[in-house]
Design a protein around this ligand. Structure first.
Ligand SMILES: [Zn+2]
Ligand SMILES: [Zn+2]
Length: 251
């Protein structure tokens, strides 16, 4: 593992590269706590059938969650033209890459695929069809890894619904006999309820953006530009906001 202190202005290649973000570290601690509460407090209170169901749902939901979390965090969404340009010393190929693109990044010192490629200062590299920088995975989300992000937020939703259901089932079973030591379970239930609601909004937002063929970055830019009544305007602007053959935005 690389020493964080040795890295100066590193070009991030994946989300596990140092330094980790505060959101990333905190989310790992919170999930570890939630799993401990599930198996140390909630699990023992159930009978055989309840325990079997908890283990079954836990294995299924955590497997999807970890799989897409690792896929997204380890992914490298760097603009392919930047990778090719930096990895070659062939003057002919470099000229060809420059001719293929009409955009240039002064930070990467390289041509980029299109106007939809953006340079992330946190990752210090350009991402093709940049969507956003996700603090929870410490990585950019773009053309190459958006599908992992979309599946991850669905996996988080399913896992949190499972945790929420287990916690509520525990509270309902104990009813009036809740004790002082059950407070962590109630905090965990509250945490899951908040995540289920906010993550639902995120999923709906990304379904909306997918239908509009927009990235989160473009949506935010458009909101800033229009400042108010973004939804009605978007419905009227389908022809105004279109995508060209080379994926650049015609505005
Ligand atoms: Zn760049
Ligand atoms: Zn980034």
């Amino acid at each position: 593992m690389s020493d964080c202190n040795e890295l100066q202005n590193p070009i991030r290649q994946n989300g596990y590269q140092c330094p980790w973000s505060l959101h990333q570290s905190t989310s790992y601690i919170i999930y570890l706590g939630a799993i401990l509460i599930l198996f140390l407090q909630i699990f023992p209170s159930f009978g055989t059938l309840g325990r079997v169901l908890i283990i079954l749902f836990f294995i299924i939901t955590i497997t999807f969650l970890i799989y897409y979390l690792l896929k997204l965090t380890f992914s490298d969404p760097t603009d392919p033209i930047v990778i090719d340009f930096k990895n070659t010393n062939d003057p002919g190929l470099r000229e060809e890459l420059e001719n293929r693109s009409n955009r240039y990044c002064n930070f990467c010192k390289s041509p980029v695929s299109s106007i939809r490629s953006k340079h992330c200062m946190k990752c210090n590299r350009c991402t093709s069809i940049f969507d956003h920088h996700c603090k929870f995975v410490n990585n950019c989300v773009g053309e190459k890894n958006y599908v992992y992000f979309a599946k991850l937020i669905v996996a988080v939703e399913i896992f949190e619904v499972f945790l929420l259901s287990s916690g509520i089932a525990f509270i309902v079973r104990k009813r009036m006999y809740l004790e002082y030591q059950d407070i962590p379970i109630m905090i965990s239930v509250l945490k899951s309820a908040i995540i289920v609601i906010t993550n639902s909004y995120l999923i709906v937002l990304h379904i909306f953006l997918y239908k509009k063929r927009m990235t989160t970055y473009e949506y935010i830019c458009l909101r800033i530009k229009n400042k108010s009544s973004i939804i009605p305007q978007l419905q009227n602007e389908e022809n105004h906001f279109s995508i060209s053959k080379d994926n650049s935005i015609l505005d």
